[in-house]
Design a protein. Structure first.
Length: 137
């Protein structure tokens, strides 16, 4: 089954790793365990990724219950708009690329319209690309 832009998959991001570095009072945690992730890379690249070494770009999410305050890097999506079982906050500062073999056969949900655009805008903000940019779908 093709991986498509806007689809949401539950991805296992692996075990939790801590890096206490020079500031042990502020540990940095990488994303871990299973989380929803919305596909952001364009469909042409996603098709190639399924048969080569190109990676699929995603924005991970977390249960909205865990996020007390939203930042410009967060996109809060109600369950009804994503087909996920819970309201979800997609966190653009965690944008990453994954091997297509991490994806299950069936997506768990889908983002379209204003919610997908909000995720795109949040990623542009994180990467310093400005508010306007190509909407290559």
């Amino acid at each position: 089954m093709p991986i498509l832009r806007g689809q949401i998959y539950f991805i296992d991001f692996g075990p939790l790793r801590h890096d206490f570095g020079p500031h042990p009072e502020r540990p940095v945690k990488e994303l871990a365990f299973s989380h929803p992730a919305v596909v952001l890379s364009i469909n042409d690249l996603n098709a190639v990724a399924q048969r080569s070494q190109i990676l699929v770009t995603v924005v991970p999410g977390t249960s909205a219950e865990r996020v007390e305050r939203d930042f410009k890097t967060d996109v809060r999506v109600p369950a009804r708009a994503s087909q996920l079982p819970k309201d979800t906050v997609f966190r653009a500062f965690q944008v990453t690329a994954l091997d297509s073999r991490r994806f299950s056969n069936q997506p768990a949900g889908f983002l379209t319209g204003k919610y997908l655009e909000r995720v795109e805008d949040a990623v542009r903000y994180v990467l310093g690309l400005g508010p306007a940019g190509p909407r290559n779908k």
